[in-house]
Design a protein. Structure first.
Ligand code: MLT
Length: 273
């Protein structure tokens, strides 16, 4: 585990809300939630190791970079370390895509710490064998690429991450996504790819989730489409489903107001539970 995890926070009153980013971006993807929810909640967006301002797991570690795997359980430990440091005994947790895999690992291992759970544009099942092989090949290519690192992933990822309407309606979202991807470290990207490749199938865990839950999905998400989100929500007792129009896989960044409305409902349900 690295010596420090970077995070950004807003708000000094209200329930704690921890936000975990997707791949290969960082905590700044939650800027609309930091700005929009900071008057009602203590909102904290973490940078997982190797992303944003947090150094990769391999830094200062004896394990060679090529062998470093950032498991979803390790990331869950990083989230709990931030909660502990901030004195958040119980908190509402939201994770997007890879951040959702992390949120499910937190729910499984630290369920008593959760007051509510939001799963955004994510899934509970594991990779197929082909997807796993592709991730491992991509991890090798990232590390073989020297200073070019993971650049080959950026253009194809950008196209699939957002709604077809976003590049023209909100070009600043594309610029923001690009800069987050560019500042990710190759070591962090490779370790995350390996970690996602070996993540468990969490579908059987869903019925154990005993806190108010919300599933958010962009109506135009092609990576984790609305039908998959419907199934995810149906598997979690009492979960609400919010389908966000004119948004793709990066719904909280593409349509922050609509996602914040759903998150406010979750915060109210968590406070009442
Ligand atoms: C993400 O947005 O975090 C990725 O789509 C997750 C993945 O590659 O499975």
């Amino acid at each position: 585990m690295p010596g420090s995890i970077s995070f950004a926070g807003r708000g000094v009153v209200g329930p704690p809300l921890l936000l975990v980013h997707g791949f290969p971006v960082d905590g700044a993807m939650w800027r609309g939630q930091l700005d929009g929810l900071g008057t009602q909640a203590r909102v904290v967006a973490v940078d997982l190791p190797g992303f944003g301002h947090t150094p990769p797991l391999s830094e200062g570690d004896a394990t060679p970079v090529a062998a470093t795997v950032a498991t979803m359980d390790q990331y869950a430990d990083n989230v709990i370390a931030v909660a502990d440091a901030l004195g958040f005994t119980r908190f509402v947790l939201a994770g997007l895509s890879m951040g959702g895999y992390v949120a499910l690992a937190v729910a499984r291992r630290y369920g008593a710490r959760l007051a509510g759970l939001a799963l955004c544009d994510t899934r509970a099942d594991a990779d197929t064998p082909a997807a796993r092989q592709q991730r491992l090949a991509d991890a090798d290519r990232v590390l073989a690429g020297g200073h070019q690192g993971h650049r080959f992933l950026i253009a194809p990822s950008l196209q699939r991450l957002v709604s077809p309407s976003t590049p023209t309606k909100r070009p600043e979202v594309i610029a923001h996504l690009t800069s987050m991807m560019e500042r990710a470290t190759p070591a962090g990207v490779a370790a995350a790819l390996r970690g996602m490749a070996e993540r468990r199938d969490a579908r059987a865990d869903l019925r154990q989730i005993a806190v108010p839950a919300l599933v958010v999905v962009g109506a135009d998400d092609v990576i984790t489409p609305p039908e998959a989100a419907r199934q995810l929500a149906a598997a979690i007792p009492g979960a609400e489903l919010a389908v966000i129009s004119e948004a793709g896989h990066m719904a909280p960044l593409e349509a922050p107001d609509a996602v914040n409305t759903a998150l406010r409902r979750l915060l109210r349900r968590a406070a009442a539970a």
